[in-house]
Design a protein around this ligand. Structure first.
Ligand code: SIN
Ligand code: CO
Length: 373
């Protein structure tokens, strides 16, 4: 497959980051000329029928409806039109989809969520809404009319199974043809309506709301917290109201809680563990008859290793995180393992320390990494 070198035409990735990223939308005509070779409609339907994939069906026929997959092709084709089927994390199931997603590696993997692919019948769409994501919407087959706007009013219509803006006020309007791409920063309102049969590929980058980050961090912290001591009241006096929560109790608990502390290392570990946590429907396939450590080491030295398509490996300084866990590796091998994390493959792991081979072997036995062909 011919892989284009740039997604933005004349614009470099640096210019895109400086002028558009998180600032304003960008439409690029012909950004992904080979989009027709990534995934066709029947391949998407097969993924929508797969119970290992996360899929949704949205229909406008007779009011907004939403169902979770899997869906058989027969079921989809019988549904009253217009409708849309959306499959999340197609990058985990298709190597070509994964390669398309990796063209966006000028954005840190720590921000990357997944590649979602949708198919809509003529007139279909999921309605005007906004996302907590930076998103690159790439037009596959057919055309789609996108209307977008930066509105403050984020009120949603109550009681619907899908998130639809009550007062959508678009300010821009484009029709995308196959290969065209629209970048939208988080919270930009958008509505895409299919012109004929239509496929859209969305590369999404999470932009966590502060509230969500804090809630997740507090969950992480509770597993890492060790507070000594306990509540004590040896000077307890008779209270006028036995039902009253006394001031002294409130003050003492306030003091106890104020000793809850965290540091940059906790935040780093929180991010590493959280951002590499596999999605709930992801399961790895450990090798049925794994090689012993010594055979694994010899074969890896000869053939190289690669991350499983479903694996998430990130690092911060000398700390590595693999699929939701801190991954202890030898400091000496940090440069090689950074290469594995960046490029997802390590062609010549000849000089790694024995303890790094032990860590790699454990990851191999869990199905997180494999031996190159
Ligand atoms: C779609 O592919 O139909 C919807 C994508 C989006 O609006 O985020
Ligand atoms: Co959206």
């Amino acid at each position: 497959m011919k892989t284009p070198t740039t997604l933005f035409g004349q614009l470099t990735a640096e210019q895109f980051l400086a002028e558009y990223w998180q600032k304003k939308p960008l439409l690029v005509r012909g950004a992904v000329p080979d989009i027709g070779q990534i995934l066709d409609r029947d391949e998407l339907f097969a993924l929508a029928a797969d119970e290992g994939m996360e899929s949704r069906f949205v229909s406008q026929a007779g009011g907004w409806q939403m169902r979770h997959g899997p869906f058989s092709q027969r079921e989809l084709k019988r549904a009253p039109k217009p409708w849309t089927v959306l499959v999340q994390s197609v990058n985990l199931a298709s190597a070509r989809a994964e390669q398309l997603m990796r063209r966006f590696d000028f954005i840190p993997y720590a921000r990357l969520d997944d590649l979602m692919v949708s198919y809509a019948t003529d007139g279909g769409g999921v309605g005007p809404h906004f996302d907590n994501y930076d998103v690159f919407l790439i037009q596959g087959m057919g055309s789609r009319r996108w209307r977008i706007g930066k509105q403050k009013d984020q009120t949603l219509i109550d009681g619907l199974p899908v998130r639809i803006l009550k007062n959508f006020k678009p300010s821009r309007d484009w029709v995308l043809q196959p290969g065209d791409m629209l970048y939208l920063p988080p919270e930009w309102a958008h509505d895409g309506i299919a012109g004929g049969e239509c496929m859209t590929f969305s590369v999404g980058f999470r932009a966590f709301p502060a509230q969500e980050l804090a809630e997740q961090f507090l969950c992480f912290l509770q597993d890492h917290l060790r507070l000594p001591g306990r509540y004590r009241d040896p000077d307890l006096r008779l209270q006028k109201h036995p039902a009253e929560i006394g001031q002294a109790m409130i003050e003492q608990v306030d003091t106890l809680l104020s000793s809850v502390r965290w540091n940059r290392g906790n935040v780093r570990d929180f991010l590493g563990v959280t951002l590499t946590e596999p999605k709930p429907h992801v399961f790895f396939d450990p090798p049925a008859q794994p090689l012993s450590l010594s055979r694994f080491t010899a074969t890896a030295k000869r053939r190289g290793i690669l991350l499983d398509q479903r694996s998430l490996l990130l690092f911060a300084g000398k700390h590595f995180y693999l699929n939701g866990e801190l991954w202890p590796v030898s400091v000496v091998d940090v440069p090689a393992l950074r290469q594995l994390a960046d490029q997802r493959t390590l062609r010549s792991p000849n000089f790694l320390q024995p303890e790094t081979f032990s860590a790699l072997h454990a990851a191999y036995k869990a199905g997180f990494i494999g031996l190159s062909a």
